[in-house]
Design a protein around this ligand. Sequence first.
Ligand SMILES: [Zn+2]
Length: 150
Amino acid sequence: MDDKTYNAQKRRLRGLGKKWFKCLGLGWWKVDIEYDRDGKSFTVKEPAFGIDQFQIARVHVDWEYSQANVIWNIPAVRGRADRQLEEDFLHESAHILIREMREWANHRKAEDAVRHEERVVTALANAFRWIWLEATEVAERSRKRRRHKK
Ligand SMILES: [Zn+2]
């Protein structure tokens, strides 16, 4: 991947961070973002959860310190349309918010706990997007109303 393409993918992710981190309450977390340029660290299967090389990001959360680390698989990011990438971004961010709940899983049931976590973060990611769309619509209507009054 050439520098131009790589930097463009990093910019897309930074733009999503600017748009979303504070809204999601992650502004006071310490979230380190890493970019795996060739996606090589994503080729190893993660046996416990059956996650494969097409995973778009890996999230490590030290929730007790409000710290997280997100590693993005840049070749996978490149293959995502903007809207899909935003959904992925919200999904991974939601993992940061609720990861601590995984601690309650009985170790034999850890895989089930992850499946529940996946469902919850997917629902949250959708809710965040819908709220954003609704808020944008309300703001637009109010702007039109004000313009009309002048
Ligand atoms: Zn997930």
